[in-house]
Design a protein around this ligand. Structure first.
Ligand code: PEP
Ligand code: MN
Length: 339
């Protein structure tokens, strides 16, 4: 259940409720909103002591939770969460739509720096690029590892872009957190619970990709793991799901945007590259994502897609990216957003 405090409730009132919550054998998670503070009560005895807590000073109401996730839920926090990323603290989740672009994998200094300069000039706020790649085949390019992270850091230094990079194992969390501004959890790892807990213990925003066969409830419960471990800064990323269709690599369900909006306060970002698998579909789906209310788009952009070490077929060129940004700006304006 959730205890909603009245506006103006002080630290002593909040502490009193927290003490009651502990007395009833539940865990507390205090969320400070702009208007009021709410206290999520975590544990199995959810409905038991509702009346007692309702009587405590400065408590407005006690609401039973219906969703299986709590801290990720709109029932706990009504206002949208805004997460500031990178050296320039670009906000994701506010009025501005944030665009993140870059290669699937970091391949060379020239590739990363050229891409970074080009997308920055076109108005991107973040540079994506995997240094550790989760590949289907053990014989495929596995990424440059730490050398790739160094190149991403150099690109951040030169451009001010926020660095988004994937962490594929718990043993790399500390290293990646040292370099990245946003830690990406890939679709294949959405239910890697020890990894979710490990990124939940670091002080860096997390971009959580939806598993290719995960329901929205499972997606939000994965976000809940990260928040429960102590990190409230989770950005949800829809990247397409497996269906019977073969004209796309994955089917990109843009209806996930309004569906998630109804359930969660967390920012929602769309990945039209993995969501389609084809570069020529990426601009249309990016525009549609912003029109449907996405807080951001993350897409693959490569200076030479034909020679990309991974995901070349779905990577757009910097020139296409620049044209797309001009059109995205107009769509953003049409839906009362900014870019
Ligand atoms: C990626 O972003 O390059 C990637 C591997 O994505 P996903 O986990 O969505 O497949
Ligand atoms: Mn990729």
């Amino acid at each position: 259940m959730i205890v909603v405090m009245k506006p103006g409730a002080g630290p002593e009132h909040i502490q009193h409720v927290v003490d009651l919550v502990h007395e009833f054998g539940l865990e507390d998670h205090v969320i400070y909103g702009t208007d009021r503070t709410v206290i999520a009560c975590l544990g199995d005895k959810r409905m038991l002591e509702k009346d007692a807590i309702e009587n405590a000073p400065m408590v407005e109401k006690v609401v039973p939770i219906l969703a299986p996730y709590k801290m990720a839920s709109l029932e706990v926090k009504r206002e949208k969460t805004t997460i500031a990323i990178g050296p320039q603290q670009f906000p994701i989740g506010g009025v501005k739509v944030g665009v993140i672009a870059g290669p699937c994998a970091v391949e060379s200094r020239q590739q990363v720096l050229d891409t970074a300069e080009a997308i920055k000039a076109a108005g991107a706020i973040g540079l994506r690029g995997g240094a550790f790649k989760p590949r289907t085949s053990p014989y495929a390019f596995q990424g440059m590892g730490k050398a790739g992270l160094d190149l991403l850091a150099e690109a951040r230094e030169k451009t001010g872009l926020a660095i988004v990079t994937e962490v594929i194992g718990t043993e790399q969390v500390a290293l990646c957190a040292n370099y990245a501004d946003v830690l990406q959890i890939g679709a294949r790892n959405m239910q890697h619970y020890p990894l979710l807990e490990a990124v939940g213990r670091v002080n860096k925003p997390v971009l959580l990709k939806r598993g290719m066969s995960a329901s929205l409830d499972e997606f939000l419960l994965a976000a809940e793991y990260i928040i429960h471990a102590g990190n409230p800064n989770v950005i949800l990323c829809e990247r397409g799901i497996r269906t019977f269709e073969s004209y796309v690599r994955n089917t990109l369900p843009l209806a996930a945007i309004p569906a998630l909006r109804e359930r969660t306060h967390l920012p929602i970002v769309i990945d039209p590259s993995h969501g389609t698998g084809h570069a020529h579909m990426v601009p249309a789906m990016s525009l549609a994502a912003v029109a449907a209310g996405a807080d951001g788009v993350i897409l693959e952009c490569h200076p030479d897609p034909e020679h990309a070490a991974s995901d070349g077929a779905q990577s757009i060129t910097p020139q296409t990216f620049s044209n797309l940004m001009d059109r995205l700006r107009r769509v953003a304006q049409a839906v009362d957003r900014d870019l």
